[in-house]
Write a protein that binds this ligand. Structure first.
Ligand code: KG4
Ligand code: ZN
Length: 355
């Protein structure tokens, strides 16, 4: 019997949780009808990092024109849209409030349901936008600027966190390394470019936690080691960048391997090993993790780089996933600075603030 095709749905997605203002219109089949993004790089560059107040103000100015642009370009108006999806957290609270309140206003004005999206769920489900054959459950390495987690993605809204970072996120480590090396902002792509010129074996750097039993991450010690290597004056900048990137890759592979073994030992069947989040855009990280998936006889899935870093399509797509399951929200949905995907996850030993 041929499965019945779900009815067509069109969702407008709004993203404003960090320094990208982004809007997209996505349909049920995973077609990105239109998308636009306004980056705030220039505004934050003088400070070497995202300034929350500046980010929130920029979202206020940019969001409405981007919505207009996306609708105009797609030849649609708000009455054609089935739901409004807006990031409701986690993130910089000022920016989250701008996007969420805009989503609520559109929902109210057009009488369309609001879907309050967890930004991390946006990253977690985007691989299913990129690869429509990807089905639950899958093991996800979520590596972004604020989070570094390994999650069993069981279904929409159902996550089991196997690992998290006990200090910095991986993307944060890239950003701090870029700052130490004077490579500017944003750090991830800058370190990746610098690393292309360097020798990944030139600088001895630690691989934190690689011997620990649980598959958690730690990057704070690595960042300190990068600082020491730089201050020693013994190494070339490109060699430090390449050695740092290699250390991160080794940690990601080692920790993911640990999580895969854990899942296998529990006889939990999974359909793929998946990576998502801004750091997954890194072209050196991808091959190492592809090889790991292959070694475990699993398909490797990752979205195109632009869908790994923050964008509107990931929020619209998470909206589609929720809308077709009838998961809509009320207009009193809160904006949340913290919002773990697995609220029941045990605290990692030594863990500070990362949810
Ligand atoms: O997912 P994302 O766009 O925003 C958050 O939700 O945090 O991730 C941004 C993070 C930043 O720390 C950035 O430096 C990192 O992802 N990143 C990269 C690359 N592109 C972005 N890290 C390493 N290599 C890259 N090519
Ligand atoms: Zn993100």
């Amino acid at each position: 019997m041929v499965a019945e095709k779900p009815p067509m749905a069109l969702v407008l997605g709004l993203e404003s949780s960090c320094d990208e203002t982004a809007v997209a219109l996505v349909d049920n089949d995973g077609n990105i009808i239109a998308h636009h993004l306004a980056t705030q790089e220039i505004l934050h560059r003088p400070y070497g990092g995202v300034v929350p107040e500046i980010a929130a103000r920029a979202h206020v100015e940019r969001l409405e024109p981007l919505i207009r642009k996306v609708l105009d370009e797609s030849g649609k108006n708000l009455s054609d849209v089935d739901a409004i999806a807006a990031t409701a957290g986690p993130g910089l609270i000022g920016g989250v409030m701008v996007g969420l309140v805009t989503g609520k206003a559109l929902s109210l004005a057009c009488n369309k349901p609001l879907i309050a999206i967890n930004h991390l769920e946006g990253h977690a489900l985007t691989p299913r936008l990129a690869d429509q054959s990807l089905s639950f459950p899958y093991l996800l390495l979520l590596i972004s600027g604020g989070h570094c987690q390994i999650l069993l993605v069981k279904n929409v809204g159902e996550y089991r966190r196997l690992a998290t970072t006990i200090d910095d996120a991986g993307g944060e480590a890239f950003d701090k390394t870029a700052k130490i090396l004077g490579l500017g902002f944003p750090g991830g792509p800058a370190v990746e470019q610098e690393a292309l010129k360097g020798d990944p074996t030139a600088v001895p750097l630690p691989r934190p936690l690689v011997r620990s039993k649980e598959p958690h991450f730690s990057f704070a010690g690595l960042k300190t080691a990068v600082l020491r290597a730089h201050q020693s004056g013994l190494y070339k900048r490109e060699d430090i960048a390449a050695s740092f990137q290699q250390a991160v890759i080794d940690c990601l592979v080692n920790r993911s391997e640990k999580a895969l073994r854990k899942i296998e030992s529990e006889n939990t069947a999974i359909n793929a090993f998946v990576i998502a989040g801004g750091m997954a855009a890194n072209q050196a990280i991808r091959p190492a993790l592809t090889a790991l998936a292959e070694a475990h006889n699993l398909p490797f899935v990752t979205p195109a780089p632009w869908l790994c870093t923050d964008n509107g399509a990931m929020i619209a797509w998470a909206g589609i996933e929720r809308f077709r399951l009838g998961m809509i929200d009320t207009l009193d949905s809160p904006a949340r600075a913290r919002w773990p995907l697995d609220p029941h996850a045990e605290k990692a030993r030594g863990a500070g603030v990362k949810a």
